[in-house]
Ligand binder design. Structure first.
Ligand code: SAM
Length: 286
């Protein structure tokens, strides 16, 4: 059946391609590739001789016409990008839209994606907001960061090595220094590194060794901590505070509980005072 297959390819390690992706790339009549020179070695590594045509950001409309022409002849076409999943900070979305508008099926063949790989190894939980590449110039980047600062989700950014220091400097200028941050570099490659730090410390860490600045980056910034009212400490904060308070004075217990649970220190301190007072009252009665 004529269809466009959107096929994920590796982001570094050639082994990260699915059996289904290989089967599809062999079986289709043509592959639309972001850069035929980049994809050539991958395809020849797997003995795939399917003919390629270019589908990059500057010819996407013509590439879409070409793909639709093939589909009208009843042929099957695959779309791949230089690395990872097409249309994720890569060309492909316009071609996909055109193919769908022409009434043909679009079938995803999922696989590697730098954002998902970084998130999976970050330890950050819950919602995430994929922002991809921020503007290249600092003014635009800082404006984008201001707009993103309050988003209640882990921020996922892509960055190239020549801008990573500038990004780290702008993050420090626009976001609270204590927000946790993970720098995921060269994922699936020989010099892969995943470093957990904070917004306030990331720039100095990167500057500490020029090797830390090399390669491709995913930058993850944990969701902002939402301030809570004194009476809305969650059960975990209550539990941790109670345990610490049994051993420590109010100020140390609330400080440590804030570090552990990330609940607001002020609220914990107030609650600790209250618990202490209640405890003292109980003590005098028994
Ligand atoms: N389509 C790709 C995907 O699915 O992740 C993203 C392509 S985008 C043009 C390239 C950017 O993705 C890089 O600048 C970097 O931010 C990120 N990236 C790609 N491969 C990576 C890797 N191996 N390690 C870390 N980041 C990577």
């Amino acid at each position: 059946m004529a269809a466009l297959y959107v096929v994920a390819t590796p982001i570094g390690n050639l082994g990260d391609i699915s059996a289904r992706a290989l089967q599809v790339l062999k079986a289709v009549d043509a592959i639309a590739a972001e850069d035929t020179r980049t994809s050539g070695p991958l395809l020849s590594h797997y003995g795939i001789g399917t003919r390629l045509f270019a589908a990059h950001e500057h010819n996407e409309a013509q590439a879409a016409e070409k793909a639709i022409g093939l589909l009208r002849e009843g042929r099957r076409v695959a779309l791949i990008s230089d690395a990872g999943t097409p249309a994720i900070s890569d060309p492909g979305a316009r071609l996909v839209r055109a193919v769908r508008a022409a009434g043909f099926a679009v079938i995803p063949v999922p696989g590697a994606n730098a954002a998902a790989a970084a998130l999976s190894a970050s330890g950050f939980e819950g919602a995430f907001h994929f922002a991809g590449f921020l503007p290249a110039k600092s003014t635009g980047r800082r404006a984008a960061l201001r707009a993103l600062a309050g988003v209640p989700a882990t921020l996922v950014l892509y960055e190239a090595p020549h801008r990573i220091l500038d990004l780290a400097a702008d993050l420090a200028a626009e976001l609270p220094p204590e927000r946790r941050l993970v720098l995921a570099r060269e994922l699936t490659k020989r010099f892969e590194s995943i470093h957990a730090t904070t917004v306030g410390e990331a720039l100095a860490w990167l500057q500490g060794d020029e090797y830390r600045q090399r390669g491709e980056f995913v930058v993850l910034i944990e969701a902002p901590v939402v301030a809570k009212n004194d009476d809305t400490l969650d059960a975990e904060a209550e539990r941790v505070l109670g345990l610490l308070l049994a051993e420590l004075p109010v100020s140390s217990a609330s400080r440590l509980a804030a570090d552990i649970t990330r609940a607001p220190r002020k609220a914990l301190y107030a609650r600790a005072l209250q618990l202490k007072a209640d405890g003292d009252d109980d003590g005098s009665e028994t």
